[in-house]
Design a protein around this ligand. Structure first.
Ligand SMILES: [Ca+2]
Ligand SMILES: [Ca+2]
Ligand SMILES: [Ca+2]
Length: 135
């Protein structure tokens, strides 16, 4: 039987974790925005997103063939997402296809269509999907 004391301890730990992790997530997010926000206006616009994505593309293209294959994109795109982003189905993404995907995710994360993503939009499901392509 579980004692009252251990229930209380479990509750306390859960409460502490519950309050600590969103703060941590928020500071990680702020760092991400700061790194990507090259004009320092506190938000991410499409040009900034594409610039970051180009740098990531170059870094991930380990065999320097100018395209990203599934292996090079591992952890960033699921099989299904890859196939959707690869309309000619040649098994690789060109820079153009990669940036197209970035633009698609940017728009999905920007429901108010004001041209920029704020911290809250970047923290949404679509925003986090975009960030996976930018770092
Ligand atoms: Ca900006
Ligand atoms: Ca490659
Ligand atoms: Ca917005």
């Amino acid at each position: 039987m579980i004692s009252r004391r251990s229930v209380l301890q479990t509750f306390t730990v859960a409460t502490l974790c519950g309050t600590a992790s969103p703060v941590l997530a928020a500071s990680r997010l702020t760092d991400a925005v700061r790194m990507l926000d090259t004009d320092n206006d506190g938000t991410l616009d499409l040009a900034e997103a594409k610039k970051a994505a180009s740098a990531v593309f170059a870094r991930l293209d380990r065999d320097h063939d100018g395209t990203l294959d599934k292996r090079e994109l591992r952890g960033r795109l699921s099989e299904r997402e890859f196939d959707a982003a690869d309309p000619d189905h040649d098994g690789t993404l060109t820079m153009e296809e990669y940036l197209g995907l970035v633009e698609q995710r940017f728009n999905a994360a920007n429901p108010d269509k004001d041209g920029t993503l704020d911290a809250k939009e970047l923290n949404s499901r679509a925003g986090r999907a975009l960030l996976r392509l930018l770092k």
